[in-house]
Design a protein around this ligand. Structure first.
Ligand SMILES: [Ca+2]
Ligand SMILES: [Ca+2]
Length: 181
């Protein structure tokens, strides 16, 4: 039942976001027990939609070590979309799509500048520093998303699991009460 509920929730969220435009996985790597998928060239929103469709999000960079992993694995050759998006006009107004707190950033000098008609999405340069960019699949370079698939369940999946356990526990208690009566 829980499995079906999760499946339905994912299906609904995929429908709500719209199918990602032909985004595919072109490489995979592991780091710290987590799986990372390099996606084909796409806009940020199509890349994040693909990540959501597999029950994950674009990568949230926890620290310099994770950033170094991304750059040494793919980012020294390709500019990578991160799961970091603008939530307001100030330089600090960014959030991770997976909901974790923003405790590390690696902006290039003068970035994020929210240039031109607005730059709401973060990506890496080949030197490992970050820039905010519009929702394009390529500007100076093609843009490639990276999905981070956590080895531990996402918080929302975990909450569903706990809710399911609570339900089972409640039924067991009711059954036990009946027996005792
Ligand atoms: Ca991470
Ligand atoms: Ca910028």
């Amino acid at each position: 039942m829980i499995k079906n509920f999760v499946k339905t929730a994912i299906a609904v969220s995929v429908l709500a976001c719209g199918a990602a435009n032909a985004v595919s996985v072109i490489d995979t790597a592991t780091y710290n027990g987590n799986t990372y998928q390099l996606l084909s060239q796409a806009t940020w929103t199509d890349s994040e939609a693909y990540a959501v469709s597999v029950g994950a999000h674009l990568v949230a960079v926890d620290n310099a070590a994770e950033n170094n992993f991304l750059i040494s694995t793919w980012g020294s050759q390709k500019t990578l979309w991160l799961g970091l998006f603008r939530t307001g006009p100030n330089p600090a107004d960014f959030a991770w799509t997976n909901g974790q707190a923003v405790t590390f950033t690696n902006w290039a000098s003068g970035e994020p500048n929210n240039c031109c008609s607005g730059e709401h999405y973060a990506h890496t340069y080949t030197n490992g520093q970050w820039n905010d960019l519009a929702n394009v699949s390529g500007y100076a370079f093609p843009q490639y998303g990276v999905v981070e698939i956590s080895a531990v369940p996402e918080p929302e999946t975990y909450a569903l699991m706990l809710a399911g356990l609570g339900l089972v526990g409640g039924l067991a208690r009711r059954r036990a009460k009946k027996l005792a009566a």
